[in-house]
Design a protein around this ligand. Structure first.
Ligand code: 13P
Ligand code: 13P
Ligand code: MG
Ligand code: MG
Ligand code: MG
Ligand code: MG
Length: 381
């Protein structure tokens, strides 16, 4: 039987500020999932929380892009938003950009990662969920899991992985995608996905038989809405073991934190800190960005789990390193490269400031005039 695993997430209100989701809101979302399992629309449903974002992890047989499943997620987030509004939580309904559901939540705000596959005799999967960052945060990790043998030994020693993997890369500016096969096109892949403000890995397939291995949510809310509505805190599904990377090979990239876009006001670079479910509460300078890893075994579509995979002392050093990286970056304050380049910021006053200063810029070569009058204006303001 073919199973579809759908993970659909949204920020529908923060408690307090952008640091977490309120238990009553999470409960309202869970309730819709439970009803759907009872009715038989879903085989199973679990709800994950990372920071102020809530994800529905759903198994079913409706395939990807199903209006039934997307409608259900929409309904769950609507009901959660009602509670969030009643509690006057921060940014209630933040990621629900449209009032009417029209069959598919893509482009409406929620982030979506879905894959359909024949369940193997044993089917371990990991759902990663990050807050205070963007979909391209997964680029480095996916490269290491599926194309770097110094991280994923299986690429060399598992015959089923030896032919490598194909990456589908989305150009978030044009909406076009390109498929690149590794190891042969590895350097082309890296040229694109190292450009994190533009390119994001969407899917990964195994070359030997075309099996789906990983799918990420690639929605960028700021581009959907054309104005600031919050960074598109992403999810990622990865299948593990027997022909895919082992669970530990999939987790290994996170043992060495790297820097991602997001953090305060979606406008800063910061380390991605792997944390247990309990510590997915970004508070320091609204961060640093967090990632959780929920492990499940599927059994006839039932979600056996989750196991809180970063709840392991072996990741303590990574957390400590992330803290140090956070301190180093915070020293930069409002200065780049801690603050993002202006075109990548989610909030900016730069156009307004430039407008205000329009007449005050002068050419140093012609006349070398000192802008004395303007200086006085500034004092009066
Ligand atoms: P076990 O011997 O514990 O089953 O581990 C096998 C393995 O492949 C670990 O990555
Ligand atoms: P979220 O994208 O998690 O809502 O965070 C937005 C923000 O402005 C944090 O400072
Ligand atoms: Mg928020
Ligand atoms: Mg968030
Ligand atoms: Mg960005
Ligand atoms: Mg966000």
């Amino acid at each position: 039987m073919k199973i579809t695993l759908s993970v659909i997430k949204a920020d529908i209100g923060g408690y307090v500020g952008h640091s977490h989701a309120h238990p009553d809101v999470v409960e309202a979302v869970k309730e819709v999932g439970k009803e759907a399992v009872k009715k038989g629309t879903l085989i199973d449903c679990d709800v994950l929380v990372c920071g102020d974002d809530i994800a529905l992890v759903m198994t079913h047989t409706h395939g990807v892009d199903s209006p039934v499943v997307h409608g259900l997620a929409w309904e769950a987030f609507q009901r959660g938003t009602q509670v969030a509004k009643k509690l006057k939580l921060y940014g209630a309904g933040q990621d629900l950009l449209s009032d009417a559901f029209s069959g598919n939540v893509k482009g409406m705000g929620p982030g979506v990662a879905e894959m359909e596959f024949e369940e193997r005799p044993s089917e371990p999967v990991i759902v990663f969920f990050a807050d205070k960052t963007a979909p391209s945060a997964w680029n480095l990790a996916l490269y290491e899991m599926f194309a770097d043998p110094m991280v994923c030994s299986g690429l060399v020693i598992d015959p089923k992985m030896h032919e490598g993997f194909t990456f589908e890369v989305l150009d978030t500016f044009t909406g076009k995608a390109v498929k690149l096969s590794t190891p042969s096109e590895l350097y082309d892949l890296l040229a694109l996905i190292g450009t994190v403000e533009r390119y994001a890995v969407r899917s990964v397939w195994r070359n030997s038989d075309g099996e789906i291995a990983a799918v990420a949510s690639t929605q960028r809310l700021s581009l959907i809405a054309g104005r600031y509505v919050g960074k598109d805190d992403p999810v990622l599904i990865v299948r593990a073991q027997s022909g895919f990377p082992a669970v530990g090979e999939i987790l290994e990239p996170f043992a060495r934190p790297w820097i991602v876009e997001g953090w305060m006001r979606g406008s800063h670079n910061g380390p991605l800190m792997p944390v247990s479910f309990r510590h997915a509460t970004p508070s320091r300078f609204d961060g640093p960005p967090r990632v959780i890893a929920a492990g499940y075994q599927l059994s006839e579509g039932k979600l056996i789990g989750p196991r809180d995979l970063f709840d392991d002392p072996a990741f303590d050093n990574a957390r400590q390193t992330a803290q140090m990286m956070a301190d180093i970056l915070r020293r930069q304050g409002i200065f780049e490269p801690h603050r993002l380049p202006s075109e990548e910021m989610e909030y900016t006053t730069l156009p307004k400031i430039l407008k205000k200063l329009e007449g005050r810029f002068y050419n140093l070569e012609e006349g070398k005039k000192e802008p004395v009058e303007h200086q006085q204006h500034a004092d009066v303001d």
